[in-house]
Design a protein around this ligand. Structure first.
Ligand SMILES: Cc1cc2nc3c(=O)[nH]c(=O)nc-3n(C[C@H](O)[C@H](O)[C@H](O)COP(=O)(O)O)c2cc1C
Length: 179
């Protein structure tokens, strides 16, 4: 599977220190307007390579499209998003984050963009989430169209949550806290 950095994937994880945070901001269309130092250090990219771009520059091909569809839908519904994301570094390696994405507002309470803070997830959470993402990705790749694939992969996630009798947000927050 291709990636936006055009790098050869290396199946090696880089783990961010527990006390670090990766922070970025975007405008309403998702164009990056700010990144902190930790973002650049983890992605191995500089401001020039990031500002004005979409976060999909660091999108890892192992991430199902359904997750991002759900992220954008959550923001559109004016809710905050929590979730696990596998990101790509410019050296081909990857890092997992637990992301919180919220809207930013100006003084008139008009939404001006989005803000994301990411922390290092516990390995136990990744052990649960990675196989779910893998199944979502498989559904997406075997569907006749991208749209159908996305719908099927989101349906799979919803069914999984129904089986576990838990809502999405509680599920991911519990996984993050259960270390
Ligand atoms: C504030 C914010 C932060 C985001 N952070 C990431 C991120 O760390 N990694 C990522 O792959 N996508 C992130 N996204 C989602 C991307 O904008 C994009 O939807 C995703 O990478 C899928 O790319 P695609 O639509 O080209 O497939 C973020 C979006 C917003 C609004």
């Amino acid at each position: 599977m291709s990636n936006n950095l055009n790098v050869t994937l290396i199946d090696e994880e880089i783990v961010m220190a527990d006390e670090e945070f990766i922070v970025s901001k975007t405008d309403l269309r998702g164009n990056i307007t700010y990144v902190n130092r930790t973002f650049m250090e983890m992605a191995l990219l500089n401001e020039e390579q990031l500002l004005g771009k979409n976060h999909n520059v660091i999108r890892h091909p192992d991430m199902p499209k359904g997750v991002f569809k759900f992220l954008w839908q959550t923001l559109k519904d004016e809710n905050e998003f929590f979730g696990f994301v596998k990101n790509l570094r410019s050296d081909g390696r990857y890092y997992w984050v637990f992301a919180n994405v919220t809207a930013e507002y100006d003084r008139t309470e008009k939404s001006t963009g989005f803000f994301s803070v990411r922390r290092t997830p516990p390995a136990s959470a990744i052990q649960v989430i990675a196989p779910i993402y893998q199944q979502m990705l498989q559904l997406e790749n075997s569907a006749n169209s991208a749209k159908v694939g996305e719908q099927e992969s989101i349906k799979f996630l919803q069914q999984k949550l129904e089986e576990l009798q838990i809502d999405y947000q509680s599920f991911v927050i519990n996984l993050f806290n259960e270390a």
